[in-house]
Design a protein around this ligand. Structure first.
Ligand code: MG
Length: 382
């Protein structure tokens, strides 16, 4: 949502993750623990990647949130769940939002089909939420003994995302005294009819340690989504005494022409990541015509591409950069280049390759008029 919802988006997702729940075990609140190598919350955000997103966090988690938020708007929550949702709703005021989907950060396995059911119901109702019919028998218990039974007919297990017409839920929260279990309770207190849509057993809320293994098993059963992208770039030599290649400054009797560092290798790699996401190229995200990007250092582009990949739920599985030039010699610098790129992208060194070739003195690279680079990146969503 590039810090401001595009007015063409009618629906905004609000991901509520300001709680400190540690019943799932571990030192970190559950929404920050790793599920199959990725923070739970990164997966939850990715599930709503098709729409603008607001991420509601605890103030202590700001640095963590910024690392995974991508283009989501970060809002600090309040002391209660109600207050956290209210902060998000207020942050959207005056932005032309029609509908909001309010979702628990600890439900990372929500499916596109479930999200679509809630959205579709909002065309016909002011509020809609997913739920599952209770099929188990219900008991009361005390001191380890069953103390009674309850009729389960008409009972549902509530899930999220809970969807609402924006103005209606904002007014409902304003009028509510607080202490609601969820937003459906707030909506009903304001007299809104809430349509029940079919929930999903896999849309579990990670609460206890065992939930993580169950979620892991569900993820394993899902098809892996692999994306491959390529990038190509050329920069001409000019007067100078050094070149920047893959984040490393190399003394040379010429420089490279271009904005700021003209890092041809890093530009090719950045475009490979954008390409794998089918989300354009450097020029689209950082228009050269926009004066704020004139002279911007290339690591800004690469970091943006890597964060965009993460915000869409992808990990960078590997990348491979080839520099094409007669000189300078790349070999002595290749390890430093790999380390620089790995650090910027936040990936392990053994997933980053940098190599070089000459073009046998043929063509513009052979005549030492410039340097070319090609790059490949593999992204995996698992
Ligand atoms: Mg370039």
């Amino acid at each position: 949502m590039s810090k401001m919802p595009d007015p063409s988006f009618q629906t905004v997702a609000i991901i509520v993750a300001a709680g400190r729940g540690t019943r799932a075990g571990g030192d970190l609140p559950k929404q920050w623990q790793l599920l199959h190598g990725q923070p739970v919350l990164a997966r939850t955000l990715a599930a709503f990647a098709a729409m603008p997103r607001v991420l509601v966090i605890h103030p202590d988690d700001r640095a963590r949130a910024e690392a995974i938020a991508g283009d989501a708007l970060i809002v600090e929550g309040g002391a209660t769940r109600d207050a956290s949702v209210m902060n998000a709703l207020l942050a959207l005021e005056g932005r032309g939002v029609a509908h909001v989907l309010i979702h628990d950060g600890a439900r990372p396995l929500v499916s596109p089909a479930l999200i679509a059911r809630v959205r579709a119901a909002l065309d016909r109702a002011p509020a809609a939420a997913p739920a599952l019919v209770v099929t188990d028998a219900l008991w009361t218990g005390a001191n380890g003994l069953v103390s009674g039974t309850r009729d389960r007919s008409g009972l549902y297990r509530a899930q999220t995302p809970q969807g609402f017409h924006y103005e209606a839920i904002l007014a409902a929260h304003r009028a509510h005294p607080g202490g609601a279990a969820d937003d459906v309770e707030v909506a009903r207190a304001a007299g809104l009819d809430v349509t029940i849509v079919e929930g999903d057993e896999n849309n579990l809320k990670l609460t206890f340690p065992g939930d993580f293994s169950r979620a892991g098993a569900i993820l394993k059963g899902r098809a892996m989504d692999v994306r491959l992208g390529n990038g190509f770039d050329v920069h001409a030599f000019c007067d100078g005494d050094h070149v920047w290649l893959c984040g490393v400054k190399i003394p040379h009797h010429k420089g490279l022409l271009g904005h700021s560092d003209a890092d041809v290798g890093m530009h090719a790699l950045t475009d490979a990541i954008y390409g794998a996401l089918a989300m354009g190229d450097i020029g689209r995200h950082f228009p050269p015509s926009d004066s704020q990007w004139k002279g911007a250092e290339s690591h800004i582009f690469l970091r943006h591409a890597a964060e965009l990949a993460r915000s869409q739920g992808f990990a960078i599985a590997n990348c491979d950069v080839t520099l094409i030039c007669e000189r300078p010699k790349i070999g002595p610098h290749a390890q430093a280049m790999r380390a620089a790129l790995a650090k910027i992208m936040g990936v392990d060194l053994d997933r980053v390759s940098v190599k070089a070739t000459t073009s046998e003195q043929l063509g513009f690279t052979g005549r030492e008029e410039g340097i070319a680079s090609i790059a490949t990146a593999t992204l995996v969503k698992a």
